[in-house]
Design a protein around this ligand. Structure first.
Ligand code: ATP
Length: 537
């Protein structure tokens, strides 16, 4: 098997662009391919497509729903099943409106918004500035890569970063821009955010225009109403994060589970944000799913647990095998009002490194605020310290849809095979693959169909399978490669007499003859969550 390095027509057109344009166009192509593959193979559809869709809202199709469920299972098992001191809950999407006053979302869950007067496009002012800084970092990285090539094995990266004037300049510039932005946003000095955009000559990335409006704050929560009659209806919000459902249940869970600190509460559920800019498929949606865990710890120990969870969460990602080089930590300079430390795990999406998961040391802010607004005590009696206190919290929060996108974009590959033919393969981690095996009778007649159905009926209690008897076997293999099915099982005439089948491996495409009685063990060995989870301890 050789990789696809053929020069396509589009490549030829791009040949005449600058290398940067070429790189960006290639990235865009790769991203478009992910979007169309997701639709063609039943992973993701635009929501209410027959009415032309709803902006930044998506539906998961038959294979998407399976993949999503498997991702949830991987997270839930890693958090709840493997940790004796973490339990899981499922709280309601609708919550008492005071929840959001207490949490600060009513007053501060805003994004700074700016419009381009020429293109009429809307942007997040902070993201425009952050993207500018990311470009400075790219430049610094290029200097480092160049030097690494020049010096070979003798290259000392740390020393080069500390002494090379260009790298130092790029990084200092970034630091000063980001700290000025952080300060302006903290002081709600939106005029200075606009001034910064103007000073840096940041233009609309699509049109190059820098004819900007003023910067304004925009609250991201969706409002709704509870109650039948208009005058008595209560104003509610669709939750913008799942975390608050955990905080308001802290004592219920602590008392009924009888866990001592430190202990955690995990939850998977929908969240809703009226995002200003939502143009990157399922990366930024208006309705999405989060997998969050709040870890309650004694005051003063939170930073130790914060560091521990940063590492544990990174290991969880690395176990998926998408490549260590595709992850990095981004430590926050601008901390949210509730945090005393925060970092993102960023993933290399087709459009660059972006946040996949956040790890926050949230102090005792949320529980304190709920105590004040509800008038109820949310304290823990610590038998070792012999005192009552409001616990501190370390949060891990990952977007399920973003991980879905990370998997789809990293695992989707075009390959040119040795015989010159091509295939598209989705090399998902087998435990997450929507379908674990495809049962394929070479033909339907001569009893092959019945024999294949028997195998299906025997294995269906353990695995999600598909049975297909249409099209040539080659076409069925290709379809299952593109779906990410780890094994294809082909039933032929020999099977009827010697009870063996051909087992084809998605990644190596190797075919071997195996006994039907061995199938359960072989598929289980390949697809069991144990393969992922055992890497975590
Ligand atoms: P961003 O800076 O990208 O807007 P955030 O810092 O606001 O994200 P958090 O509030 O920390 O995000 O939410 C936790 C996680 O939820 C994020 O790491 C991300 O994976 C996911 N997430 C947040 N907003 C969205 C969205 N609009 N669509 C999909 N996933 C999201």
């Amino acid at each position: 098997m050789i990789s696809n390095n053929e020069f396509s027509n589009r490549d030829k057109n791009l040949y005449f662009c600058t290398s940067n344009q070429y790189f960006m166009a290639k990235q865009e192509d790769a991203f478009k391919k992910v979007v169309s593959h997701a639709k063609e193979y039943g992973f993701i559809f635009p929501s209410s497509e027959i009415y032309d869709g709803l902006s930044a809202v998506y539906d998961y199709g038959q294979n998407g729903a399976e993949l999503k469920n498997n991702i949830k299972q991987y997270w839930w098992k890693a958090m709840v099943q493997l940790n004796e001191n973490i339990v899981g809950i499922d709280s309601a999407i609708l919550m008492h409106p005071t929840t959001w006053k207490a949490s600060g979302h009513v007053d501060a869950f805003n994004d700074p918004l700016i419009d381009n007067k020429d293109s009429k496009k809307r942007f997040r002012a902070d993201v425009l500035i952050e993207d500018y800084c990311a470009k400075l970092e790219d430049k610094a990285q290029k200097e480092i890569d160049k030097a690494a090539k020049r010096f070979g094995d003798a290259f000392d990266k740390a020393q080069f970063e500390a002494t090379n004037s260009r790298v130092i300049d790029y990084r200092e510039k970034q630091k000063s821009i980001l700290s000025r932005m952080a300060q302006s946003l903290d002081n709600n000095d939106l005029a200075d955010v606009k001034a910064l955009i103007e000073e840096l000559e940041i233009a609309d990335p699509d049109t190059g225009s820098n004819n900007w409006t003023e910067v304004r704050q925009f609250n991201l929560m969706f409002g709704t109403k509870l109650g039948a009659s208009a005058e008595h209806a209560m104003d509610l919000y669709l939750r913008p994060e799942t975390a608050q459902g955990i905080f308001v249940n802290f004592l219920n869970v602590q008392k009924t589970s009888r866990h001592k600190l430190p202990f955690g509460i995990a939850q998977i559920g929908k969240a809703f944000r009226n995002e200003i800019v939502a143009r990157q498929f399922i990366f930024r949606m208006r309705e999405f799913e989060q997998m969050e865990m709040q870890f309650f710890v004694p005051p003063g120990t939170e930073l130790k647990f914060y560091e521990e969870w940063k590492q544990k969460r990174l290991n969880w990602h690395l176990a998926l095998g998408l490549g260590e080089e595709n992850y990095k930590f981004h430590d926050h300079q601008k901390l949210a009002h509730y945090a005393n430390a925060a970092a993102d795990i960023e993933f290399k999406f087709p459009f660059g490194f972006k946040e996949l998961e956040g790890i926050h040391s949230r102090t005792d802010f949320d529980l304190n605020a709920h105590e004040q607004h509800s008038g109820r005590k949310l304290q823990y009696f610590d038998p070792e310290r012999n005192e009552n206190y409001v616990p501190y919290v370390v949060e891990t929060s990952i977007g399920l849809d973003r991980l879905f996108l990370a998997l789809m974009s990293n695992c989707l590959k075009d390959e040119v095979l040795e015989d010159g033919s091509e295939r598209t393969v989705l090399s998902l981690p087998p435990a997450l693959a929507p379908v674990k095996a495809a049962i394929l009778p070479l033909m339907k007649k001569d009893g092959l169909g019945e024999y294949a159905e028997k195998i299906f009926d025997d294995l269906k209690y353990d695995f999600n399978l598909i049975y297909e008897d249409k099209d040539s076997i080659g076409k069925r293999y290709r379809r299952n490669d593109a779906l990410g099915t780890p094994y294809c099982i082909t039933v032929d005439h020999e099977s009827l007499s010697d009870h063996t089948v051909t087992l084809r491996d998605r990644d190596t495409m190797k075919q071997e003859r195996v006994a039907v009685s061995e199938l359960r063990r072989i598929i289980d060995e390949k697809t069991n969550f144990r393969n992922l989870l055992s890497q975590l301890s």
